[in-house]
Design a protein around this ligand. Structure first.
Ligand SMILES: [Zn+2]
Length: 317
């Protein structure tokens, strides 16, 4: 029997919480979660990560660990371990990898969070054994990671896979990035909520108004899902609209990189029964016929909340 590989550490660094885990061959041996305290600045966040790592190691010798991999929110330089820009951490050019490596005396690698989740899917999840696939995460935003010819794609400026910001309509709604009509402005949880709010403002009838007690800030994804469960037309139309735009994006990805499959994950998957039929139908219409291999074109990702943490650790697995 092959000797088991040494464990590695994975960290999921988000704007509100930090999860750290000790992992071995795709399994989490121990995990802790702490609030990020982003307002405390770079040094404050580093202290939280160090505290989380020590808690997870429980006095275990650092020599027994292969390395620490971090999936961070924002744009990351995977070579230098720098976080170039992360608006929800309020970081610019933050030397995350080198600061942690110095403090822990461990090898440290940093990836964008969705790219880290893609590594987890590639090594241990539903992308295992595949040389070409895309992993799209649909939550409050839309992100993705691409594996092409067996390797994760970073791109010339580490922004490969920013599928949330491909343009669906140059005259479309404003996106958080400053451009108009990005996929994220339509197909994210936020995009769906904004559509429902705009329709309600126009006077469209819907039980969402009552469920939200006429407060726009209450119009959130789970509430729209609840309205859809009760057969509300606006709620169902809003979720199907997400499927329509995701379907166009999925067709374009298939046409462009010809992957074996596109994996889908993230909080929006809770509403998949309402958007998947539209997504599949739209994708079939817009995909280049030669890119349609006739097998399953879209599949759910394996890992949910732990994808980024596992992916961080999997950089060393
Ligand atoms: Zn955008």
């Amino acid at each position: 029997m092959a000797k088991a590989q040494k464990p590695s550490l994975g960290v999921d660094l988000g704007g509100t919480k930090i999860a750290a885990g000790l992992c071995q061959e795709g399994e989490i041996l121990k995990k802790v979660i702490f609030p990020t305290h982003a307002a405390a600045g770079f040094d404050g966040v580093i202290s939280v990560i160090l505290g989380a790592v020590e808690k997870v190691l429980e006095g275990r010798d650092h020599k027994d660990i292969i390395g620490l991999g971090i999936g961070s929110a924002g744009q990351v330089n995977a070579e230098t371990g720098e976080v170039i820009y992360a608006p929800n951490l309020k970081w610019q050019n933050a030397p995350l990898g080198s600061a942690l490596s110095k403090a822990l005396k461990l090898k440290v690698k940093v990836l964008n969070d969705v790219r880290a989740a893609t590594v987890a899917e590639h090594k241990f999840g539903n992308g295992k054994g595949l040389d070409n696939f895309a992993n799209i995460f649909i939550g409050t935003g839309v992100g993705s990671g691409f594996v092409v010819n067996g390797r994760l794609v970073n791109g010339a400026t580490n922004s490969a896979g920013e599928v949330g910001h491909i343009c669906m309509d140059p005259d479309g709604p404003l996106c958080g990035c400053g451009n108009k009509g990005c996929l994220e402005a339509y197909a994210s949880g936020t995009g769906m909520e904004n559509y429902v709010k705009a329709e309600l403002k126009k006077g469209r009838k819907s039980i969402i108004k009552d469920l939200a007690e006429s407060k726009f800030e209450n119009v959130r994804g789970p509430l729209i899902g609840k309205a859809a469960d009760q057969g509300d037309e606006l709620a169902i139309a809003a979720i199907e609209r997400v499927g329509y735009y995701l379907g166009i994006a999925a067709a374009n990805i298939h046409t462009m990189i010809n992957p074996e499959v596109i994996l889908l994950g993230g909080g929006m998957m809770a509403l998949k029964k309402y958007f998947m039929p539209t997504l599949l139908q739209t994708m079939k219409i817009h995909i280049l016929p030669v890119a349609d291999h006739g097998r399953e074109l879209v599949r759910e990702a394996k890992f949910e909340n732990d994808a980024v943490l596992l992916g961080g650790s999997a950089i060393f697995a």
